[in-house]
Design a protein around this ligand. Structure first.
Ligand SMILES: Cc1ncc(COP(=O)(O)O)c(C=O)c1O
Length: 396
């Protein structure tokens, strides 16, 4: 079809369907109305001093030029050591580990590296918003399977139907943004079985692997029988070390998949920031022995409890997450037309910004009845949000 809209005429057609993220509008509204911003997913508390000091030191020692494209040797070794402990898998840092500009770049790279035009990639909705555009830019087709509240489970028969001869891969994000679901071992076993049956790959986004609550456990897909060499495991320092602005992530995959991913990575960014890679290496090395991961989970559980109580008291029906730093709440019955109307109202009239999750859905309208709140915030921030929610609830 000939493109007639003059605004779109200078954009490549494959870019047309990519919308502008809802984060932009919510952050603008939050700023405009001086709202407490629980929308975007990043901490408002300081990064650990250890990492900040290590970054300063790396810059002072002139680690300021291009890093090795695949990642600094020290960082790849630190990732290998950590992954051996957490996943029980040995990864060769030279042939199986690649450092990228955050997990987001790794997601893009791996999809461009393995998806041919017409291939299908199964994506659970709600989803992290980079998955579908990454698949579409590669010429692939996203096959959506919906996770349903309150336990965010999927129907096994629906997933079974989504797999077919065109299925190239499935993306599994666990712990899952925005729902806070931690996929159970049984669910992952079922997905692994379908991957093996249909000769499909699994791309796992595990950036919240250390943010797990209430005794739930994180299962690594790559550690399941027969899955090591068909899984591309992605993670990142962003959430674990409160350095979302550093965009330091990594991909673990069998040598042929790593080679494919690196072919893309070399022309997307070539390498990520050299001094920050050294600082993340320091964080990972120290965390092996200093109890960091346990403390992180304890601190986040306290923040979760705090915001959960405030949401509950305000009648916002929060659904307790098993992991991540988000709470979904059920806003049905509050009289709003949809989640976008609710989120706009909350930011501009109540002074607390959240994310309307319908942006994370493409087939179901479940998102219109939900709101996502981020609790990666200082106690003062959560108290300020709680007070405003309480005032609004009393006036209702
Ligand atoms: C599921 C998921 N994957 C990836 C990312 C981004 O990770 P990174 O900062 O390493 O690119 C996020 C950030 O919000 C996320 O929620």
């Amino acid at each position: 079809m000939v493109q007639t809209d003059p605004y779109l005429s200078r954009m490549a057609r494959r870019v047309h369907p990519i919308g502008v993220s809802i984060f932009t509008e919510m952050s603008r509204l939050a700023l405009e109305h001086n709202a407490v911003n629980l929308s975007q997913g990043f901490p408002d508390f300081p990064t650990p001093d250890l990492l900040k000091e290590a970054a300063r030191e790396a810059i002072a020692h002139d680690i300021n030029q291009y890093a090795i494209g695949t990642g600094s040797t020290r960082l790849r070794k630190a990732i290998a050591r950590k992954s051996k402990r957490t996943m029980g898998i040995s990864w060769d840092e030279n042939r199986e580990i690649t450092v990228t500009n955050g997990a987001t770049e790794a997601i893009f790279d791996v999809i461009q590296a393995i998806v041919n035009p017409g291939d299908e990639v199964i994506v659970f909705e709600p989803y992290y918003d980079s998955y579908v555009p990454s698949v579409e830019i590669a010429g692939g087709v996203a096959r959506i399977v919906t996770l349903r509240a309150p336990d965010w489970s999927f129907k096994p028969e629906e997933l079974d139907r989504a797999f077919n001869s065109k299925t190239r891969a499935i993306i599994v994000n666990t712990p899952h943004n925005p729902t806070g679901k931690v996929f159970s071992k049984e669910e992952l076993d079922l997905i692994a079985g379908l991957c093996k049956q249909h000769n499909a790959l699994a791309i796992t986004d595990e950036v919240y692997e250390h943010l797990i609550f209430d005794g739930h456990t994180h299962t690594y897909m790559a550690a399941l029988p027969g899955m090591r060499d068909r899984t591309i495991t992605l993670s990142s320092a962003s959430k674990t070390f409160s350095v979302t602005g550093w965009k330091t992530g990594w991909a673990l995959a069998a040598p042929d998949l790593t080679d494919a991913l690196r072919r893309v990575h070399q022309f997307v960014t070539f390498c990520s920031a050299a001094p920050l890679q050294e600082a993340v290496a320091t964080g990972l090395e120290q965390a092996e022995t200093n109890g960091y991961y346990d403390r992180l989970a304890v601190e986040y559980t306290a923040r979760l409890d705090l915001l959960f109580r405030y949401l509950e008291q305000a009648g916002l029906k929060p659904i307790r997450p098993q992991g991540t730093f988000f709470i979904m709440s059920d806003i049905s019955g509050l009289g709003f037309e949809d989640d976008i109307a609710f989120a706009r109202y909350m930011a501009s009239e109540v002074g607390v910004a959240c994310i309307p999750p319908s942006a994370f859905y493409s087939t179901s309208d479940d998102g219109t009845k939900l709101a996502r709140w981020c609790f990666a915030k200082r106690d003062e921030t959560l108290h300020a949000a709680g007070e405003r929610l309480a005032i609004w609830a009393r006036a209702r």
